[in-house]
Design a protein around this ligand. Structure first.
Ligand code: SF4
Length: 103
């Protein structure tokens, strides 16, 4: 589960680095690991399957220069290194309003 607890800051736009599942530890990223828009593409068939299921995407309009590091996604369904240029269907954080859900 999360090691990253976003406090009540205003979230504008979602990405892996403001998701509750992201680990706080930043790791160096080799530009060769990055795609042209600053994300990390799945490296093998297993990762490709997980990425497809999670709809793990690289957001458009970025570049390698936008991703100066990578972090680990702790979501059990993902468990891969991601960058700030990425997001997926499991994005979540404390304070998200879901009117259909009574807490
Ligand atoms: S891959 Fe999905 S679950 Fe993991 S940090 Fe990014 S948005 Fe959150």
């Amino acid at each position: 589960m999360s090691k990253n607890k976003l406090d009540k800051g205003k979230v504008i736009g979602t990405n892996c680095y403001n998701c509750k599942f992201i680990d706080e530890k930043e790791m160096a990223v080799d530009p060769k690991e990055l795609n042209d828009e600053g994300g990390i593409d799945p490296r093998n068939k297993e990762e490709m399957e997980k990425a497809k299921k999670a709809d793990l995407i690289t957001l458009p309009g970025g570049s390698k220069a936008d991703a100066t590091n990578k972090r680990f996604c702790c979501n059990e369904q993902v468990k891969m290194n991601v960058t700030v240029r990425m997001c997926c269907a499991y994005w979540d954080n404390v304070g998200v309003k879901r009117p259909w859900k009574k807490t």
